[in-house]
Design a protein around this ligand. Structure first.
Ligand code: 5RP
Length: 219
């Protein structure tokens, strides 16, 4: 099976986690696009969506779904999103698609985070995928120096401006053995908007696409 077929498979499987008539949280990326497309055949099932990016909002609207502002809801039953890496405890690196801050906001509203990913995303230790960190542009160099002190190799993502008007730094060479501690540390630096470690807002369920079918991991 190709990676695209695995993504389509978990996108379809995630529709089973959508409660009829609910407002759901929707993430960003190619796997989530498969989920949105699968959801399109069951429009009556959701009332509306809170989206984590302009790209996902546009795709949802193109299928006729209503997209509502995060400020208009107090809580969401479920948030469906992909990941760049996920470990055996459900902790993730996210932000490859530049949407990490809004993804964290929507994930934080949700009672349950359902991660959808192909099997290549499951890792023993987070960090092989460069860690995205969203920063206020004037703090980019300052934050980069701190990331070097942490043992990483920060690279500014050229030409990318996030939906929040900020810059992204991708940090190579980290071995993230304590995701919660590193997330907490990076988050407190002035100028950091969000860091792509999702330990506090980790997945509760992961639907992993494998050639043998969808493997469900619960955390
Ligand atoms: C976007 C993300 C995505 O969830 C992550 O990059 C995975 O994307 P894909 O499903 O395309 O592999 O964090 O910011």
């Amino acid at each position: 099976m190709t990676q695209d077929e695995l993504k389509a498979m978990v996108g379809q499987a995630a529709t089973a986690y959508v409660q009829a008539g609910s407002v759901i949280g929707v993430g960003t990326g190619s796997t989530v696009n498969c989920f949105i497309d699968a959801l399109a055949s069951m429009k009556q099932r959701i009332k509306a969506a809170v989206s984590s990016s302009q790209a996902s909002s546009e795709r949802l609207r193109s299928h006729g779904f209503e997209v509502v502002d995060a400020n208009s809801v107090e809580a969401l039953a479920v948030y469906i999103d992909g990941a760049d890496e996920i470990d055996a405890l459900g902790r993730m690196i996210k932000g490859g698609g530049a949407a990490l801050t809004r993804e964290k906001i929507v994930a934080d509203l949700a009672g349950r985070f359902v991660c959808i990913a192909d099997a290549s995303k499951l890792v023993e230790v987070l960090g092989r995928f460069p860690l995205p960190v969203e920063v206020i542009p004037m703090a980019a160099a300052q934050v980069a120096r701190r990331l070097i002190a942490l043992g990483g190799r920060p690279v500014l993502r050229a030409g990318v401006v996030t939906d929040n008007g900020c810059s992204l730094i991708d940090v190579h060479g980290l071995s993230i053995t304590d995701p919660a501690a590193m997330e907490c540390e990076i988050n407190q630096w002035p100028g950091v908007v969000a860091c792509g470690i999702f330990a506090r807002n980790q997945a509760n369920v992961c639907l992993l696409g494998t050639p043998q079918g969808v493997q469900t991991l619960t955390f």
